[in-house]
Design a protein around this ligand. Structure first.
Ligand code: ADP
Ligand code: MG
Ligand code: ZN
Length: 614
């Protein structure tokens, strides 16, 4: 509607311009353009009168006989032209430099007057026409680039699709294998259902919730399930939708999204793949950053200005939390992080159950067995497998899906995933299991090491194949030397276990080694914990915001540098030997824990304790 009005305005202006043109440049009477020499002749003969003299041209009237004279001058033969000229009463001539003109006019007694040149109109045209052309091109480009249905005026409108209750019929039933995340989200649902009641009880609700986890683990699904469970509208938008070509558009979208949400409260705003928008500012000095920065700033200020009391929960999802701008994670923004991790054996079985509920299975299909065949896979992979199995069965004209179809589907999926190196093979799983056991057992022995909360061989994140979660006994700001040494020993426990069991080491310990070395370097250079070098600091820090490789200015001698290197090496090597000797004494236990881990994929802290005691 707005668009149409705007365009008819343009037409109106154009029409107005055309009218002006006609009035100014096409006189009402027909005229003859003559040459200056002809003009001079006619002047001398006294055949013209009533001249209007402008800066660049002269208009005037022919007197009796002027036309005939002109024709004789021109030696015109064409009957039609002769006839036409005879009927014409007015002439037009372009002016030339002619200092005698006025005198001659005076001598002949010809009436003349000055006429102003209409310049303002020309200037107007000179300005307006280019602007019209510009607007036309701009509008055309916009329509080409924008999503369908998006016109000149709709740029700032949010692309947010408002799924209202009836539409997101997804509930927690549809999301499996992420029980911890669900548990944490229950509070949010309770709040969304009855915000007033929640408030009067003094409940404090987080403003922003960030779902973190690898791709395909069901973050998007989970967010929609929260809306479905709470039966509130779900406004979702992808982070990349904010980032547009035009500066300011993204920011306008954010504003629009929040104002929509305010009207629909209680509701959920969900920003999927927020990393596209929330990349740390200043990481890459490339074009387009300005726009993203503006959008991000707008998002931050909207979040700050937003009152949770209104019943709007802002959720976001990312699989790359490490690149997010720290400002996004500050208290009052996305300060609650919920891990949506890869599912374990049991979780995969549950996900299989969810997805096979919609297909027909033969009684022989054992979901437990299928789950054990899909280590490392995420919900999206499993959904894919069920779909593939159904297709395979259909191709063979079966009425029900059989175990063999699933097996084939799994094989295909694994082949696809192996190319993307997301699934690990059997041998690798063993190495990972022993590696993680190494960390866990060393940690359980050393007095200053953090307690183990969980060991897992489910690949997590991008790099880590397995992981061991340590639970710090208390929040620590100060660490003693022996605590640091214990930590380094735990870090090296993984590699030590690999060496003891397999007689060789793998590349899997890269990160452990880096961290251990870094910690040892800090001990020597920053904390003055080296006996040989004494309580000196050799740490000059590193300038902030420097992306290029940088080597610190050394204000110590080569001799000292060598000693530092030696000391760091001693610390790491000694810790490694210590880890190895701890593990050598407990080979049986390692094997026991590792086989358990291979079977169950995850061992919780309490179980581990029992295993080690028993
Ligand atoms: P993410 O947003 O984490 O990348 P999605 O939520 O887009 O993953 O998941 C893609 C699809 O995979 C979902 O639509 C669903 O069919 C399936 N899926 C993923 N995780 C789960 C899960 N935990 N339970 C059931 N289905 C899942
Ligand atoms: Mg997603
Ligand atoms: Zn490790």
């Amino acid at each position: 509607m707005v668009k149409r009005i705007r365009f008819s305005l343009i037409y109106f202006l154009i029409a107005l311009g055309v009218i002006f043109l006609i009035q100014q440049y096409i006189p009402t009477r027909e005229f003859e353009t003559i040459s200056y020499s002809e003009f001079k002749v006619l002047l001398k003969e006294g055949l013209i009168n009533d001249l209007g003299i402008k800066k660049d041209s002269i208009e005037g009237e022919f007197l009796e006989g002027a036309q005939e004279h002109l024709l004789s001058l021109r030696d015109e033969r064409d009957e039609r032209k002769i006839k036409r000229l005879k009927a014409i009463k007015v002439f037009f001539v372009y002016r030339m430099e002619d200092t005698d003109l006025l005198r001659e006019l005076g001598e002949k007694g010809i009436r003349y007057s000055a006429k102003p040149e209409v310049t303002w109109f020309k200037t107007l045209l000179l300005w307006i026409i280019p602007i019209f052309i510009f607007i036309a091109i701009w509008g055309y480009l916009l329509r080409k680039m924008g999503a369908p249905g998006e016109g000149l005026m709709a740029i700032g409108k949010s692309k947010a699709k408002v799924y209202v209750e009836g539409e997101t019929k997804i509930t927690f039933e549809d999301v499996a294998g992420v029980d911890e995340a669900k548990e944490e989200l229950k509070e949010v649902i309770a709040f969304l259902k009855t915000p007033q009641k929640f408030q009067s009880l003094g409940g404090k609700i987080p403003k922003g919730i960030l779902l973190v986890g690898p791709p395909g683990t069901g973050k998007t699904l989970l967010a929609r399930a929260v809306a479905g469970e709470a039966k509130v509208p779900f406004l979702s938008l992808s982070g990349s939708a904010f980032v547009e070509m035009f500066v300011g558009v993204g920011a306008a979208r954010v504003r629009d999204l929040f104002s929509q949400a305010e009207k629909l409260a209680p509701c959920i705003i969900f920003i999927d793949e927020i990393d596209a928008l929330g990349k740390a500012r200043g990481i890459s000095p490339v074009a387009g950053v300005d726009e993203r920065e503006q959008t991000l700033t707008q998002l931050l200020s909207e979040m700050d200005g937003f009152d949770t009391k209104k019943g709007v929960i802002i959720m976001a999802a990312t699989n790359r939390p490490e690149i997010l701008d720290p400002a996004l994670l500050r208290p009052g923004r996305f300060d609650r992080h919920i891990l949506v991790d890869r599912p374990d054996l049991k979780g995969r079985e549950d996900i299989l159950r969810v997805h096979t509920a919609r297909v027909k299975l033969t009684p022989g299909v054992d979901l437990k067995v299928l789950a054990s065949m899909t280590p490392g896979m995420v919900g999206a992979d499993i959904a894919n497998i069920v779909n593939e199995a159904a297709l395979l069965a259909a191709r063979k004209n079966k009425e029900f899906i059989e175990m063999a179809d699933f097996e084939e589907a799994i094989e295909r999926t694994i082949a696809g995933l192996e190319k993307k190196s997301r699934v690990i093979n059997k041998r690798e799983r063993e190495i990972v299991a022993y590696h993680e056991c190494g960390h866990a057992i060393v940690a359980s022995i050393l007095p200053h090491a953090d307690r183990i909360r969980r060991i897992s061989i489910i690949p997590r994140g991008i790099a880590a194949l397995g992981y061991t979660i340590h639970l710090p006994t208390e929040e620590r700001y100060l660490l003693t030397k022996s605590e640091l040494l214990d930590r380094i020993t735990v870090m090296l426990g993984g590699r030590a276990a690999e060496e003891l069991i397999f007689g060789e080491v793998s590349t899997g310990a890269k990160n452990d080694l880096e961290r251990a070395t870094e910690m040892a370097i800090s001990m020597v250079k920053a904390y003055g914990m080296s006996e040989k070098l004494g309580p000196l600091s050799f740490d000059r820090g590193r300038p902030l915001f420097l992306e290029v490789p940088w080597s610190p200015p050394k204000d110590y001698s080569e001799e000292t540098a060598r000693k530092i290197d030696e000391d760091v090496k001693t610390i790491v090597v000694e810790a490694y030997e210590r880890a190895k000797s701890i593990l050598t004494e407990r080979l049986e236990k390692i094997k026991k824990v590792a086989s358990q881990l291979l079977e169950k994929e995850v061992i919780e802290g309490d179980e581990l304790k029992k295993l080690l005691e028993g």
